[in-house]
Structure formats: structure tokens, C-alpha cells
Design a protein around this ligand. Structure first.
Ligand SMILES: [Mg+2]
Length: 232
């Protein structure tokens, strides 16, 4: 255990852009809407994509209103998104970075969100084959998810690595950076390309990087002294 170190990653908007999952869900919805109510798939998709900018969070209501779908369609289409098998590919950069890190680090994911949906994302991205542990944060402890301590500690338990020998990489200042910092992990903040409204900087981050490509060097710098001390 003493000679191990770990890097944990958040999933959405850290290892892949979550917009790709949203688009995958929209395509699944458009296919159902065409089959069930005869709305052309391309028109439905266009409505969803434009609503994603103009009426974020209300895309399905906008779709139903604009194309005259019955009220019951909305909850049904929520399920379509939730249950669809997403078409996702891990970005080349994420694949390359995980490949480099695998040589020297134990790797894990700690992800918020409905465990069933997150599990489908992980599988579609092939991440279950690339990391040593996957923690669905809402499925452990109180079920509150990150930034609660439980999911971070569960990842450490699964990997057999102490928090002090663990680096956490994520985009969310509260859930990822503050949560990991609170259990004694080192943190690398990869800010979202487009910061959500009202977003604050991650003041507790040990390192801020502009790209995943910077993570291996940053993580090595963060843990090098402890690492050497452990193996000395
Ligand atoms: Mg995230």
C-alpha cells in the first residue's frame, strides 16, 4: 500500500464533454418521436438543439409544444434519454493520458449522477477497461454524492491507496475540488471550457491546468516527495 499512488477522475466534463451525452440522448428522442408521432427526426433534433441554448432544462417541453405532442410524451421521453445506450467515444486525449498514467498510477473514477445512467456512460466510453475502480458517488454512503467524503474514501478503499497518496482531477470546484481536498487528497482543477453561470474559481485546487494533457506532469509534481519518501 505504501508504494502506491492513485489518480482519481471525475467523469462528466473532465474525461469527455457531457454535451456529447446530451446529443446522444437527443438523437434517441428524435428517433422515438419520429416513430411514435410521425415528426421528422431532423426537425425534432433541430428543435432540441436550439432549445438547449434558448431553454436549457426545458428541451423536451419545447419539443412537445412545438410539434404538438401529447403531455404524456415528456416523461416518456425523459425515460428515453435515461435508458438509451449512449453513443459515445472517449476523446483521443483522454485515452492517451490514461494510457500514460496507467504505467505508474492506480486509476479510478468518482462520478455523480444517477448510477444507472453513469454506468452506461462508463461502458460506452470503454472506461471500465481503462481504470482500476469506478465509484458511482450516489450509490455509496448517505447517497448524497460528491462532495461528501464517502465516495472519495470508497475509491481509496477499492484501490488500496491512502488519501495522502491520491490526486483528484475534476472540473467542479465544489463537488470535485473541495470534496477531495476535505478528505486530504491533492487536487487538480480542470476548469470547464465554458464556465457555468455563477461559477466560482476552485480556490482550494493545488494546481490548475488548461488541458488533460497537463495532468501527468502536474500529478507527478504534486506527489513526488511523498512518493520518494514511501519507497526510500
Ligand atoms: Mg464534472
Amino acid at each position: 500500500m505504501a508504494d502506491r499512488r492513485a489518480i482519481l477522475f471525475d467523469l462528466d466534463d473532465t474525461l469527455y464533454p457531457v454535451e456529447r451525452f446530451v446529443m446522444s440522448g437527443f438523437r434517441a428522442v428524435a428517433a422515438v418521436v419520429e416513430a411514435r408521432w410521425g415528426v421528422a427526426r431532423a426537425a425534432a433534433l433541430e428543435t432540441l438543439v436550439s432549445a438547449a441554448t434558448a431553454a436549457r432544462g426545458r428541451e423536451l417541453q419545447v419539443l412537445a409544444e412545438r410539434h404538438g405532442l401529447p403531455a404524456a410524451a415528456v416523461p416518456e421521453l425523459v425515460d428515453v434519454i435515461r435508458l438509451h445506450v449512449p453513443e459515445l467515444r472517449l476523446p483521443e486525449l483522454s485515452l492517451a493520458v490514461l494510457g500514460v498514467l496507467r504505467r505508474d498510477w492506480r486509476l479510478g473514477l468518482v462520478t455523480n449522477g444517477r448510477p444507472d445512467i453513469q454506468a452506461r456512460k462508463v461502458r460506452a466510453l470503454g472506461l471500465h477497461r481503462l481504470v482500476d475502480a469506478v465509484v458511482f458517488a450516489h450509490a455509496v454512503g448517505s447517497g448524497a454524492g460528491k462532495p461528501d467524503a464517502a465516495p472519495f474514501l470508497e475509491a481509496g478503499r477499492q484501490l488500496g491507496v491512502a488519501a495522502a497518496a491520491t490526486v483528484f482531477v475534476g472540473d467542479d470546484p465544489d463537488c470535485d475540488i473541495d470534496g477531495a481536498h476535505a478528505v486530504g487528497m491533492r487536487t487538480i482543477w480542470l476548469p470547464a471550457r465554458v464556465a457555468p453561470q455563477g461559477a466560482r474559481p476552485a480556490e482550494r485546487a493545488d494546481v490548475i491546468v488548461a488541458s488533460l494533457a497537463d495532468v501527468p506532469a502536474a500529478a507527478t509534481r504534486l506527489l513526488a516527495p511523498e512518493w520518494r519518501a514511501h519507497v526510500a
